[in-house]
Ligand binder design. Structure first.
Ligand SMILES: [Zn+2]
Length: 286
């Protein structure tokens, strides 16, 4: 048992995944003096992109552009180190029956081989804690499910003491969806996935299964800056992009909607077992 400071490794599938579920937590941990390391499995090269601005960005592939955005986002959150595992993005259509998942896609990578690579970083950093995703990868994207599998195995290999599954409170998701629909600027954009009720019924985590609710209201400025760094994801696509929706919220509403983040720590009593939700992600290490 120790008071820290601790080293936290946060493992994600694509550039921009680090922001919504964990950005405030990473910014808070860094601001409180802990070492924060971001590891991203893919370059997000299969994601949707907005128009490339004339001039500097025009020659970049989407993957290269997203890696540059990832580094800017990580800097805004206070991350000390960013590592990319270099797998291919499985793509946003990867869930469908006719999916064409590219060669080298993270979702099809050998779990043990990928875990060895993440474990090498965990050992190099002497990481105290690792964040991954819940077993369903939140909403089921195969690269996110793979983050869960690879992350768990890597923590076993490296002997990482604390593993936290980044998720969201399903009850909060429904409420946030209602808030988003109240804003006309958002409503005009949001005809789809970001607020879809059928998705919300089963995605992420039921309130009673959570172990942590982290207050990150003081870090929503950093979270907003990190979201803005992912410009290719905020101005692109069919207008239903989550980042674009959220960046249109007035700041006080943004702070209210994005001021909390949730985790499940396997083995720790959850809310339905009568435990109070923990605000400190390092509580089990202290
Ligand atoms: Zn993702």
């Amino acid at each position: 048992m120790t008071a820290g400071p601790f080293t936290l490794v946060s493992f994600h599938a694509h550039p921009d995944d680090e922001v919504l579920l964990t950005g405030g937590t990473l910014a808070r941990a860094a601001a409180e003096g802990h070492r924060v390391v971001l590891v991203t499995a893919t370059d997000g090269g299969a994601g949707l992109a907005g128009p490339v601005a004339p001039g500097s960005g025009a020659m970049l592939t989407l993957g290269a552009r997203r890696i540059a955005e990832l580094r800017a986002s990580a800097a805004a959150l206070g991350c000390a180190r960013v590592e990319l595992l270099g797998y291919a993005d499985s793509g946003s259509e990867a869930e469908g029956p006719d999916s064409a998942v590219p060669d080298g896609a993270f979702s099809r990578a050998d779990v043990d081989g990928a875990a060895q690579r993440l474990a090498a970083i965990l050992l190099d950093e002497r990481a105290d804690a690792l964040t991954i995703y819940d077993p369903a990868g939140g909403y089921g994207h195969p690269d996110h499910v793979q983050v869960h599998r690879v992350g768990r195995r890597a923590a076993e290999i490296a002997g990482t003491r604390l593993v936290l599954e980044a998720t969201a409170d399903r009850r909060w998701l429904a409420r946030a969806g209602a808030v988003l629909r109240r804003f006309s600027a958002v409503r005009a954009l949001g005809r789809g996935a970001a607020t879809g009720q059928s998705v919300l019924a089963t995605a992420y985590t039921a309130s009673g299964d959570l172990t942590h609710r982290v207050d990150v209201r003081a870090y929503t400025g950093a979270k907003r800056a990190a979201m803005q760094a992912h410009a290719s994801q905020a101005d692109g696509g069919d207008g239903a992009r989550t980042l674009a929706l959220l960046l249109r919220l007035p700041r006080p509403v943004f702070r209210r909607v994005l001021g909390r983040e949730w985790f499940v720590e396997p083995g720790r009593p959850s809310a339905s077992a009568g435990a109070a939700l923990e605000d400190d992600i390092f509580a089990s290490l202290r």
